[in-house]
Design a protein around this ligand. Structure first.
Ligand code: MG
Length: 181
């Protein structure tokens, strides 16, 4: 069984905060305003993985109301997501992501970012693609007020089918709806 998932994340940028993307600290005078370390790329990937498995989203797994995740290393959150989904039989086939940032130039950091993400996911780096774009000066991202990331993940479920709690619940609810019709 293969499934595709998509993820998106954005953060406002403020002066004097560290800019972390895909677990890599990138020299820049501004960084994300966030409860965790604000790694938009890691967050988009987490949502894409959870989306592929229909297992909710990053907010349900790592609520920003929980002090546990304050300043959290998002790569740990990514590795934890991967482990949780692996427990349900899911593994990532490949991922492709795009970071949208007017500044700084991300090209030189892409190999390090791919390496760190691949390690966090336990994947060969050839399965992890990361691209970067500016926003051509348009909108808030173009004015360097924010940063965004998009990710697509293809996942494969191997072995005997294990139904997760959320799958069982969704099935039950759809049965109840059918019965009500
Ligand atoms: Mg985020």
């Amino acid at each position: 069984m293969i499934r595709v998932g998509t993820g998106y994340d954005s953060h406002r940028l403020a002066a004097g905060r560290p800019l972390i993307l895909g677990g890599v600290a990138i020299p820049h005078p501004k960084g994300p305003v966030a409860h965790s370390d604000g790694d938009a790329l890691a967050h988009a990937l987490i949502d894409a993985m959870l989306g592929a498995a229909a297992e909710g989203d990053i907010g349900t797994l790592f609520p920003d109301s929980d002090p546990k995740w304050k300043g959290a290393d998002s790569l740990k959150m990514l590795a934890q997501t991967s482990a949780r989904l692996a427990g349900l039989g899911w593994r990532v086939v490949n991922t492709d992501a795009t970071v949208i940032a007017q500044e700084p130039k991300l090209g030189p950091h892409i190999p390090a970012i791919r390496g760190r993400l691949a390690r966090a996911l336990g994947l060969d780096v050839s399965r992890v693609s990361v691209k970067a774009k500016t926003n051509e000066g348009l909108d808030a991202i173009g004015r360097c007020e924010g940063i965004a990331a998009q990710a697509v993940v293809l996942m494969e479920k191997e072995g005997p089918e294990k139904e997760s709690e959320s799958e069982a619940k969704a099935k039950e609810e759809s049965k109840e709806e059918e019965a009500a019709e």
